[in-house]
Design a protein around this ligand. Structure first.
Ligand code: UDP
Length: 321
């Protein structure tokens, strides 16, 4: 039996493939629009194609004995989603529906879905549990919540079960140093700071200093990408042994750090000062997003292996390479 990893050439998908290999056979489907060939693991079977392409999907499901689908392939930039909503609804919802239809047609009934803290919008409480009301404020968050709702409807009527993982801020790089975080264009805080510290960027902008937080900058919950990958495998194994079925989990370390604190730790790890400018807020950024990770710890026995400094050290190692 194999696991199909959609988006296995992307940042989180490629790290999950590395953790799966050795334990399971892995088939990667990726159209390489945002993924990178360099992130592909040669031990996985790679199929270049679109997850919205029924012909490719028929081939994948016919030629391989797929037991479960891990679905990472998506567009994930909040700002772009506001500018190009149809791209987000088409790729993140439309193509996913085609994938789900093909799973049902081919009798594949386990699905692990990459969702996001953006489904909560601007929550009324700082610590977010899975019971916190969802209220996404941009097309990206809405596209992910729509798929969550589709999964819930499907599980009512088909031989189909799913796990939803709502990611907080994924960061860091694989301990092997072989793969790490890279996007084009890069918009994420930690890689941007690394690039500045390495002299590839003139400066790093801090988006807003007037939030109601201790130092005025936004607070986020950063989770190491390997810990995130491990949670997928625990979810899959939990579905196999009947421990979980059709559940939603927050996936974060459960600790918040401000933008200024992140810059401080990056400077400490790199042993040099960053060039920083303070600018206006970025539209749509909530002040604080921190996960309550109690449910995934309790139900799946997941615990994070990396604290913030270790996350940043692993990122620094990768960016230096
Ligand atoms: N951020 C920042 N400058 C940047 C990029 C991000 O100050 O150049 C802030 C952003 O406002 C947020 C945090 O860093 O509070 C994390 O942003 P990122 O884009 O990495 O992830 P997000 O929280 O949007 O998923």
């Amino acid at each position: 039996m194999s696991i199909l990893v959609c988006g296995g050439a992307g940042y989180i998908g490629s790290h999950t493939v590395k953790e799966l290999i050795g334990k399971y056979e892995v088939v990667v489907l990726d159209n390489l629009t945002t993924g990178f060939p360099a992130l592909l693991d040669e031990r996985a079977i790679f199929i270049e194609g679109d997850l919205g392409d029924p012909v490719v999907l028929d081939r994948v499901f016919t030629e391989h004995n797929i037991d479960a689908v891990f679905h990472f392939a998506a567009n994930s930039l909040v700002g772009e989603s506001v500018q190009k909503p149809l791209k987000y609804y088409s790729n993140n919802v439309g193509a996913t529906v085609v994938l789900l239809q093909k799973m049902i047609e081919h009798g594949v009934g386990k699905f692990i879905f990459s969702s996001t803290a953006a489904t909560y919008g601007i929550p009324e409480t700082d610590i977010i549990t899975e019971e916190t009301p969802t209220n996404p404020i941009n097309p990206y968050g809405r596209s992910k919540l729509m798929v969550e709702q589709i999964l819930s409807d499907m599980a009512q009527v088909y031989d189909f079960q799913y796990t939803v993982l709502r990611y907080f801020n994924a960061a860091g790089a694989h301990p092997s140093g072989q793969i790490g975080e890279s996007h084009d264009p890069e918009t994420h805080l930690i890689p941007l700071i690394m690039e500045q510290l390495l002299g590839h960027r003139e400066k790093i902008s801090v988006f807003g200093t007037d939030y109601k937080t201790a130092d005025g900058t936004c607070i986020r919950d950063y989770i190491h990408v390997k810990d995130l990958a491990d949670a997928h495998i625990l979810a899959y194994e939990g579905m196999n042994n009947g421990k979980v079925s059709n559940e939603v989990f927050n996936l974060g370390n459960g600790e918040g750090y401000s933008v200024k604190e992140i810059i401080d730790v990056c400077e400490k790890v790199a042993g040099k000062k960053a060039v920083v400018e303070y600018t206006d807020r970025r539209h749509g950024d909530p002040a604080v997003l921190v996960a309550s990770a109690g449910k995934i710890r309790e139900v799946l026995g997941w615990t994070p292996g990396y604290d913030l400094e270790e996350i940043i050290k692993s990122a620094w190692k990768w960016h230096n390479k």
